[in-house]
Design a protein around this ligand. Structure first.
Ligand code: URA
Length: 229
């Protein structure tokens, strides 16, 4: 090997060229540590054909928020607004999600990063298939590794199933901490479920969400205190 080629192996751009060659077929794993930053991951997602959703997307929807956020929210999959803008949770559910977070002083500028199980929009907003979720999961795992959140909020049963593999009714598990890969996770209602159930009566989904987000805020404060932040 010429010394010029050897030297080029130390050059960041040439390393990234190699990553771009990683096949995007779902059968081929994306090993942990593949991406050194979110831009590389986003670039790859926008070229991805690991499942059939790649052929109908406008934009891959990777994430928004603080890239080192202590709290990460994981949704299901992009809808039309997200597919058009390339940003997660920017439609009506996203506006409600931002309000829920803001109600306890959290926002994507300082504390929160938002991503989805699936990066591409399923046609007619159908639930992603198990194959589509499995094909996309390595990207989410890389996002979790890069952001390294202390707390992960899983919005709805699809998000719980997509990340942990556990098929559980969200009404049964919301508001309870679970541990996944050494990280604290809390299943919560999906904001779109709250849009369909607007009552704020005691015991209603919105009321329960208010309890859950306060529990999350309290845990976050506890962690900050024990970390001396
Ligand atoms: N619903 C989701 O689960 N994710 C989005 O990004 C938007 C709506």
């Amino acid at each position: 090997m010429s010394s010029e080629i050897q030297l080029s192996l130390f050059n960041e751009e040439s390393n990234f060229d190699q990553r771009e060659l990683i096949p995007t077929d779902a059968k081929i794993p994306v090993p942990p540590g593949t991406y050194t930053n979110m831009n590389e991951l986003a670039q790859h997602c926008n070229q991805c054909q690991r499942c059939e959703l790649g052929s109908t997307r406008t934009h891959a929807v990777v994430g928004r928020g603080h890239l080192k956020a202590p709290i990460m929210v994981v949704g299901e999959a992009p809808g039309q607004n997200e597919d058009e803008t390339g940003l997660p949770f920017v439609g009506r559910s996203g506006q409600l999600l931002d309000k829920i977070l803001a109600s306890v002083g959290l926002n994507t500028e300082h504390d929160v990063y938002i991503a989805n199980i699936n990066k591409c929009r399923p046609p007619n907003n159908r639930v992603p298939t198990p194959h589509e979720m499995a094909a996309c999961l390595p990207y989410l795992l890389e996002q979790i590794r890069l952001v390294d959140p202390k707390i992960i909020l899983l919005t709805g049963a699809t998000s719980v199933k997509g990340l942990t593999g556990e098929k559980r009714a969200i009404t049964k598990i919301r508001g309870q901490w679970i541990e996944w890969e050494g990280r604290l996770c809390m299943p919560i209602f999906h904001p779109s479920y709250l849009l369909r159930n607007p009552s704020k009566e005691q015991g209603s989904p919105k009321w329960l969400m208010w309890q859950d987000i306060q529990t999350v805020r309290a845990k976050y404060d506890e962690i900050r205190q024990s970390d001396g932040i």
